[in-house]
Design a protein. Structure first.
Length: 287
């Protein structure tokens, strides 16, 4: 049987989903499936089995599962004591930030889980309590949607990943180089996109700059960011446009040009598709 490809909410500026304290019967559980998002699952109660990458694991209270993107997996809840769990889904692009420490990578725990083919983590009571508190805080942010909630969730996620990297996979100099997310050219390209929004950022131009084929570039880019090149570039350009609209008095046409949009109508169309409002409406909200 071919695995099912799970879909998610389509918000390129916030590639994050949460399924909070869900109890599923065997009949409601998805068959073998995969997705581009990275996923972690925390078990509150019940029992069952988890299949990840050709291996089965028992599921019980306090268990944590780290599932890297595009890993085939499936849960098998016990019919009499079904598992209650929370699942977190996110794209790597959500937690990208300036590289303050070249030896640290937020996704190290996922990459080492894949490398070692060990996706289940036994946890201490302290880590269980911490994880439950983080998940509750994230759920609250999603429900209340107070301004800044996306940033708050990103910070919570990065803090949790930091704790997991330190707890589950202590630093090992031999492994740290191998486990870094993506090739060096991808890191350089992501920085180039962020700092040169008005340049040619099409697939062909970026692949040529990275000295790889367009097909290889597209495949690696989608795997690491969870988005295709066009959607990612548009999202980054809109983020910059929103900052300029909010922080400056420059005209919308000037901002569109600075952010690399080919025309004002194109800018309006992409801005509204991503944010749900026009650039003019967004600009009038400032202050």
């Amino acid at each position: 049987m071919n695995p099912v490809r799970k879909s998610f909410s389509n918000d390129p500026l916030f590639p994050f989903d949460l399924v909070f304290k869900d109890t599923k019967s065997p009949e409601r559980e998805l068959p073998d499936h995969l997705h581009d998002r990275y996923e972690w699952i925390y078990v509150y109660a019940g029992k069952g089995r988890m299949f990840v990458d050709q291996k089965f694991y028992d599921m019980a209270k306090g268990d944590l599962f780290l599932i890297p993107g595009n890993s085939i997996h499936r849960a098998f809840p016990d019919p009499h004591e079904p598992v209650t769990s929370t699942a977190v889904f996110f794209a790597p692009s959500m937690i990208s930030s300036e590289n303050l420490d070249d030896s640290y990578n937020n996704l190290r725990c996922f990459e080492l889980a894949r490398k070692r083919k060990q996706y289940k983590l036994e946890t201490t009571e302290l880590l269980q309590n911490y994880t439950e508190n983080v998940l509750e805080d994230i759920r609250s942010e999603l429900e209340l949607k107070i301004p800044g909630y996306r940033h708050a969730i990103s910070l919570q996620l990065q803090q949790w990943l930091l704790r997991m990297n330190r707890y589950a996979f202590p630093t090992d100099s031999e492994e740290s180089e191998d486990s870094r997310i993506g090739p060096q050219w991808m890191k350089e390209i992501l920085n180039y996109i962020a700092t040169h929004p008005n340049e040619d950022l099409g697939l062909s131009a970026l692949a040529q700059q990275a000295s790889v084929t367009a097909a290889h570039f597209s495949r690696v880019f989608k795997q690491l960011t969870g988005m295709n090149v066009t959607d990612y570039v548009n999202a980054k350009r809109i983020v910059q446009a929103k900052e300029l609209l909010h922080e400056t008095d420059e005209s919308i046409g000037s901002i569109a040009e600075q952010c690399g949009f080919e025309s004002l109508p194109h800018f309006h169309r992409i801005f509204k598709r991503i944010t749900g409002q026009t650039p003019g409406a967004y600009k009038r909200r400032k202050g």
